[in-house]
Write a protein that binds this ligand. Structure first.
Ligand code: MN
Length: 249
């Protein structure tokens, strides 16, 4: 008998930047709807648009921290850093009960999870930037600065990223197939986000699930049911009650 109960829920690229807006409301509703139906909720990066440290006392950070604390009382929550929220740390994990995941992370049943930015190796300038901001010495220095300095620094990084991304050819902002194949050696299926190119397709002997960004009025999430992955979308405009499996997926 094939399994029919979803085991894992996957989310990425919500880019939350305003506490209380429609995306925050839909996320809270979605987690309430699913937290008793799955064995684990996997947040695979860029859930928030910016994370300047676990001591951030801004509205989005406080709201998100409270949401994590509430959710872990019902269901295990796994959190991976993205390219915007790469400063999630131990203090957040300890205060909320989430478990931080390394990127990439291979589950015991052969699912490779990643935010996805590390596999965009055609974007050489981005990989150099990533090496810098993922360096622990760099992170320690940044985190030692006052919150207000970090806020300004984060805003400058976002502006710079928008400016440079606007001038990059689309193809270099996608995952490099050879990089992915090498990274996923030994995995049966892959789940990632980052590229904002949602798809769920056959991949080697398994599947590749790419989560979509929450924008243009549409939210996305992934499910694992047995060994099968599926991609789902729903409207951000009204209360989350149910989703639609994407046609053909
Ligand atoms: Mn990203």
């Amino acid at each position: 008998m094939p399994e029919t109960t979803p085991r894992r829920l996957f989310l990425a690229d919500l880019h939350l930047d305003a506490a209380g807006d429609a995306r925050c409301q839909r996320l809270a509703e979605l987690l309430v709807a699913w937290r008793h139906r799955v064995e684990g909720i996997y947040l695979l990066g860029d859930i928030t648009e910016l994370w300047i440290g676990d001591d951030d006392d801004g509205e989005v950070a406080c709201w998100f921290t409270a949401l994590l604390s509430d959710t872990t009382r019902h269901c295990p929550v796994y959190l991976m850093q993205g390219n915007r929220d790469f400063l999630y740390g131990k203090r957040l994990a300890e205060s909320t009960g989430v478990q931080l995941l390394a990127d990439p992370f291979l589950t015991a049943d052969g699912l490779l999870l990643s935010h996805g930015d590390a596999w965009c190796t055609d974007d050489v300038a981005y990989q150099q930037f990533r090496d810098t901001v993922r360096n622990s010495t760099w992170q320690t220095e940044i985190l030692s600065r006052p919150l207000e300095d970090r806020r300004q620094f984060g805003a400058a990084l976002r502006a710079e990223s928008r400016r440079t991304n606007a001038n990059k050819p689309a193809r270099i902002m996608d995952v490099n197939g050879e990089t992915l194949a090498a990274a996923a050696h030994g995995a049966t299926s892959v789940v990632h986000g980052h590229t904002h190119r949602p798809e769920c397709s056959p991949w080697h002997d398994g599947q590749r699930l790419v989560l979509g960004a929450w924008d243009n009025g549409v939210g996305w999430f992934g499910l694992q049911t047995g060994q099968r992955l599926s991609l789902h979308l729903f409207s951000l405009a009204r209360r989350y009650e149910s989703e639609t499996a994407h046609p053909g997926w």
